[in-house]
Design a protein around this ligand. Structure first.
Ligand SMILES: C[S@@+](CC[C@H](N)C(=O)[O-])C[C@H]1O[C@@H](n2cnc3c(N)ncnc32)[C@H](O)[C@@H]1O
Length: 265
């Protein structure tokens, strides 16, 4: 089936990360949907409930925000994003003024990680693909601000590119990326009085997920994994035809042979 041309334009198909389009600016446009699902499933697996307060740092065009905003009770979603146009375009294309009026998310367009600008504490903080572009001074500033706004039991979930050496520059790098060693990332958290634990959660482009907490509440981080579902998703994405046919065969075979799911291979 051929798709209408304007669908490709709306969804940013064929564009590269960083291009001036609300989906392409934040990632490969083809990952926009699953990238949102991965964030939403991780944060909810770690315990986000509808009455929690969530701060989405570098929320971009509300890729994940559009799911969190609808899930949370009104006035619980807060987004920090210096590129105001991204938030406006995300609202226009993915949410609507009606949902905005009901859910009342709050936004700040500060460029200096002033998380305290919202004047409140948060249960969950999220920085997806932010430290992967940040200079050490920006990570320090973000973590210092985070410590001040994290509720005692808060979990701050972030991603970074893990490497053998750490970036030592002074500038935000975009759409390129920067690397940090696991030791340096843990030290950056420790310097702000926080602790950092690695999460067993697949990232579509290969970044590492971490959970940052106050030291006394490091046990707050539940053991989570998405390894099984990711294997299934990746398989389906690579071999859609064969995987769908295989699933159809299995569904069709069960009633005919009378085997229970536990007996079938
Ligand atoms: C790779 S995108 C990720 C966006 C979003 N978290 C997502 O998963 O779709 C990086 C985002 O960080 C934003 N950004 C750039 N400088 C920033 C800063 N100083 N503080 C917070 N966010 C910033 C960019 O505008 C962009 O939206």
């Amino acid at each position: 089936m051929t798709r209408p041309a304007d669908d490709d334009v709306t969804l940013g198909r064929g564009l590269q990360p960083g291009d001036h389009h609300y989906r392409a600016f934040v990632d490969f446009p083809g990952s926009y949907d699953i990238g949102a699902a991965m964030q939403f499933s991780l944060v909810t697996a770690l315990g986000l409930r509808e009455d929690h307060f969530l701060l989405d740092i570098g929320c971009g065009s509300l890729r994940a925000g559009r799911l969190f905003i609808v899930y949370l009770r009104p006035g619980r979603y807060f987004g920090l994003e210096p590129e105001r146009w991204l938030v406006e375009e995300g609202i226009r294309q993915e949410l609507s003024q009606e949902i905005l009026a009901v859910k009342r998310p709050m936004f700040s367009h500060d460029r200096d990680f002033t998380l305290s600008a919202f004047g409140r504490q948060f249960d969950f903080l999220l920085a997806q693909s932010i430290f992967s572009h940040s200079a050490p001074r920006q990570v320090r500033r973000c973590l210092a601000e985070a410590r001040a706004v994290m509720a005692p039991t808060a979990v701050f979930i972030a991603t970074y590119w893990r490497g053998r050496e750490s970036y030592t520059g002074e500038e935000w790098v975009y759409p390129g990326r920067v690397l940090y060693t696991a030791g340096d990332m843990a030290a950056l958290a420790r310097q702000q009085g926080l602790v950092c634990q690695q999460l067993d959660w697949t990232h579509l482009s290969g970044q590492t997920w971490i959970a940052i907490t106050h030291p006394a509440h490091r046990d707050q981080v539940r053991p989570v994994t998405n390894r099984c579902s990711m294997v299934a998703i990746k398989h389906w994405l690579r071999h859609r035809g064969a995987a769908t046919l295989g699933l159809a065969r299995r569904l069709y075979r069960r009633p005919r042979t009378g085997r229970t799911p536990a007996e079938s291979s």
